[in-house]
Ligand binder design. Structure first.
Ligand code: HEM
Length: 389
């Protein structure tokens, strides 16, 4: 058997080939005219390599192409400085403060759906607007620019996975220009002592280097960019994947209607079974010997969370979707130094979305399984037709 993340069958069902990788090919080499990378799949291999940040570096980006270090897309010490800077926005206190906003917004979106005839698209009308409006609020930019945000976020993702990132240069520039304008405006307001919101934009605009200089604009923009993309498509996919799997087998939906205490484990099982980020890359800084193979220095290494989440050495009956599974540590938010800073926000949004849907749309059902989103390393539905009547 051969395996490739770009194979049409694997694109349609990323669960295809996990067993082959885990059992027979724990160090896989992909080569084409555009890309070359190694793939690691076993839970224990990902666990040790994601912790070994000296050898498996983040200095050249999370995608299959090599990029320049910027913002948090790098190794410590720079990574540590920037991560500490934004961490307060994701503290348990900040997340709890966000809860009423998420509840209100989710209910408003459901009200809008109720104004229709009963058929609706769960991606377009709930799973997409919810995270993008929340992250826009956290970043301090107007939600009137929602559609632009969606476009830019999609482009950032396309750039990461593309063999030819240059072709997106123009759209990337318009996003940079937009964010620069907001960043400079906020800096000015802080300088002249105006009262400003204590959001992520303020944290980043007010940040200083150890020499009391403003941090480089390129790093500030990289962080804003990463927060926009990280906080957006991924959470949308969590919500669509979760609802899709629950409705695919209506007895699962019924179990949740009868017992809301299963909401937390259903979300964790969705993350394990259908990771919105199937895998991300590291860069080898030295030759590594693993399972009788050598990954040379200077190579891209794909950390395939999706396969690690199905490793039978860690998860019993890994290919069964079981909302009662006792949660174990899945890899869907990464591990170690770069563990997803936004995980509590994503969990909060998924929890509220599911609670509100169960409460207000108990008869929710699928009208189809929609379509997969495009980038090979992401997994979610970009359409999910449903009906609530
Ligand atoms: C279900 C939703 C989400 C998933 C599956 C997800 C997945 C991930 C993963 C796998 C990483 C690790 C990156 C690496 O190891 O290189 C990561 C990091 C990150 N995520 Fe998320 N994420 C989600 C939601 C969010 C949200 C809501 C935000 C922001 C509001 C966010 C912001 C970030 C940032 C800034 C990082 C970089 C952390 C660092 O390098 O220290 N993510 N995410």
């Amino acid at each position: 058997m051969t395996w490739s993340p770009f194979d049409s069958k694997v694109m349609e069902d990323p669960g295809m080939g996990h067993e082959y990788l885990l059992e027979q090919c724990p160090v896989h080499l992909y080569q084409s005219s555009e890309l070359e990378f190694y793939t690691l799949s076993r839970y224990s291999d990902l666990e040790s390599s994601l912790r070994d940040i000296e050898v498996f570096s983040s200095h050249h980006g999370q995608g299959p192409n090599f990029s320049e270090p910027a913002g948090m897309l790098c190794d410590p010490p720079q990574h540590t400085i920037y991560r500490r800077l934004i961490q307060p926005a994701f503290s348990p206190k900040s997340i709890e403060a966000l809860r009423p906003k998420v509840i209100k917004l989710t209910n408003q979106l459901v009200d809008d759906i109720f104004s229709g005839d009963g058929d609706f698209d769960l991606h377009d009308q709930l799973a997409f607007p919810l995270p993008v409006i929340i992250i826009a609020g956290m970043l301090g930019v107007p939600i009137s620019d929602l559609e632009k945000f969606k476009l830019w976020s999609d482009i950032q993702v396309e750039v990461m996975g593309s063999g030819d990132p240059e072709k997106y240069r123009e759209e990337q520039q318009s996003f940079q220009d937009y964010m620069v304008t907001h960043l400079r405006k906020r800096k000015k307001e802080i300088e002249i002592g105006e009262k400003v919101d204590q959001d992520l934009l303020t944290l980043i605009a007010a940040a200083k280097t150890p020499d009391n200089e403003s941090i480089p604009e390129s790093d500030a923009l990289s962080m804003l960019n990463q927060l926009l993309v990280g906080g957006n498509e991924t959470t949308t996919s969590l919500i669509t994947n979760l609802v899709w799997r629950l409705l695919e087998e209506p007895s699962r939906w019924k179990m949740l209607l009868d017992d809301r205490s299963l909401i937390g484990s259903a979300i964790e099982e969705s993350l394990r079974f259908d990771p919105p980020v199937l895998g991300l890359y590291r860069n080898s800084t030295a030759a590594v010997s693993l399972h009788d193979q050598v990954i040379p220095e200077g190579k891209k290494v794909y950390m395939y969370y999706a396969a690690a989440n199905r490793d039978p050495d860690v998860f019993e009956n890994p290919n069964v979707f079981d909302i009662c599974r006792r949660p174990r540590k899945h890899m869907s938010f990464g591990l170690g130094t770069h563990f997803c800073v936004g995980a509590p926000t994503a969990r909060l949004e998924a929890e509220v979305a599911l609670e509100v849907l169960l409460e207000r749309m108990p008869r929710l059902s699928l009208l189809g399984s929609g379509e997969r989103i495009k980038p090979f390393f992401l997994w979610g539905r970009r359409k999910l037709p449903c009906k609530w009547r």
